[in-house]
Write a protein that binds this ligand. Structure first.
Ligand SMILES: Nc1nc2c(ncn2[C@@H]2O[C@H](COP(=O)(O)OP(=O)(O)OP(=O)(O)O)[C@@H](O)[C@H]2O)c(=O)[nH]1
Ligand SMILES: [Mg+2]
Length: 442
């Protein structure tokens, strides 16, 4: 390495130049490509990499051998030498051959966007399920890129720092990796089964489940914390949350529900990762209500919302009851706030306002539960009265001459099951009373 720039932090192991290729096709949406590179910088920093510089190449289509053009490779080499870089990170997915060619030409570590995201996930995963899922995604990514050549192989798996699948694992051949993939899949199935059982038990007990989903850094964990006083990790960085956190939350009616924080989404989320995290994301699928949290202060919020909608669709969760939460409006001007809109119901809030949280709690309650309704039940029919406690939350009771009056906040599903029966009771009561009146009049 030649001249090392004095701005470089010497103690950071990975010092990288970030590279993006914008092809003719993507050029139509240059803003998006630029944003993707901006995100890559954040991702790299999240992974603990010192970002020295970025460069973008505009090219008709990608180069099969070098990904970027040969001339651009020379330029990159000069830049890496000038700045004392030891890593090049590409914003798009590279083939195994491209990685090897670039590595040979540049003599630095080559990482692509997918691998970088996988590295961050590996760094963050804490639960057994998360750890299995990340290793599974890493190996699935690695398998088609294996060349069987020792040095390249270990480099390819090396990742940022030492967080790739360990080198000893990589010394083994494809067959071993396939075996390990099968093993991980089996372990994952087992963990998932436990969780599904747990979730079903919760469901049977009639507890409502709400899932927080959204683009990374939208404020999901902050909301979980604000709504439940949970002690969760919140950071102004991408992918702060990786593992699921479920907490009990109390609605204004006093009813308890379970609210779950999930992993954030990002554009060009590696497909292997979505597949591996499917089980975790299923949580959104099982929820009674999805809270889609949006960072309304981001210029890219529409893009974020599109990405989230796509992932939800991929999971088959797009038909679920949804509430869009435009969060961080404290960072938006009045004009910007007025522009915020979403299909279906939405709220504009900041997670730091108690009044806004109250509004959110009430909206969740209204979404999960029906309106309040008053029933009159014959005073001598204990069985009918017991029914009142099965169709929702009894808010008030009162007794008058012939009937007990129940004011109930309905649980839509449970009420639907017995609504016909209750209508019949009401009719009976009305008839009874009519008979009574007639009798009195005579
Ligand atoms: N100004 C402002 N900042 C907020 C608000 N809500 C959250 N934040 C900040 O946004 C950043 C990200 O918050 P998180 O709760 O970690 O976001 P997340 O959606 O859980 O992110 P990931 O776990 O990375 O997917 C933190 O710095 C929060 O303090 C808000 O209403 N207003
Ligand atoms: Mg989070």
């Amino acid at each position: 390495m030649k001249a090392v720039s004095h701005t470089v932090e010497q103690d950071v192991a990975d010092r990288a130049v970030l590279v993006s290729l914008v092809t003719q096709k993507q050029k139509k949406n240059e803003e998006l490509a630029e944003y993707s590179l901006y995100e890559l910088v954040q991702l790299a920093e999240t992974a603990g990499v010192a970002v020295l510089d970025t460069m973008t190449q505009y090219k008709e289509s990608k180069d099969t051998k070098w990904f970027i053009g040969k001339g651009k490779v020379e330029e990159l080499k000069a830049k890496l030498e000038e700045l004392g870089g030891n890593t090049a990170i590409f914003d798009q997915e590279l083939s195994g051959a491209q990685v090897r060619n670039l590595e040979a030409a540049l003599d630095v570590k080559i990482i692509d966007r997918t691998q970088l995201i996988l590295d961050i996930f590996a760094q963050r995963a804490k639960t057994r399920e998360g750890i299995i899922q990340v290793e599974l995604a890493q190996l699935t990514y690695l398998l088609p890129r294996l060349s069987g050549q020792g040095k390249n192989l270990s480099r390819l798996g090396g990742g940022i720092g030492t967080r790739g699948p360990g080198e000893s694992k990589l010394e083994t051949d494809r067959r071993h990796i396939r075996g390990r993939i099968d093993e991980l899949k089996a372990q994952l199935a087992e963990v998932t089964r436990h969780r599904t059982l747990h979730r079903e038990r919760r469901k049977k007990s009639g507890v409502f489940q709400v899932a927080l989903v959204g683009y990374t850094n939208a404020g999901k964990s902050t909301l979980l914390k604000q709504l439940t006083q949970a002690d969760v990790y919140i950071e102004n960085q991408l992918f702060a949350t990786l593992d699921l956190t479920s907490r009990t939350m109390t609605l204004p009616s006093g009813k308890e529900i379970v609210i779950t924080d999930t992993v954030g989404f990002i554009q060009n989320l590696p497909h292997d990762l979505v597949a591996a995290f499917r089980a975790t994301l299923e949580e959104a699928n099982e929820a009674d209500l999805i809270l889609h949290v949006v960072d309304s202060s981001s210029d890219m919020r529409s893009e974020h919302m599109r990405v989230v909608a796509e992932v939800l669709e991929e999971l088959g969760a797009h038909q679920k009851e949804q509430l869009t939460i435009f969060n961080k409006i404290d960072q938006c001007s009045q004009e910007e706030q007025e522009l915020l809109t979403a299909p279906g119901e939405f709220l504009k809030i900041t997670a730091f306002s108690e009044a806004n949280l109250e509004l959110l709690r009430n909206t969740i309650q209204d979404k999960l539960m029906g309106d309040t309704k008053t029933f009159r039940i014959p005073a001598n029919r204990g069985d009918h009265q017991a029914l009142m406690y099965r169709i929702g939350d009894v808010l008030e009771t009162d007794v008058n001459e012939d009937a007990m009056v129940f004011k109930v906040r309905l649980n839509k599903e449970d009420y639907a099951k017995v609504a016909y029966q209750l209508t019949a009771y009401e009719e009976q009561l009305a008839q009874h009373e009519a008979g009574h009146d007639e009798g009195e009049n005579q």
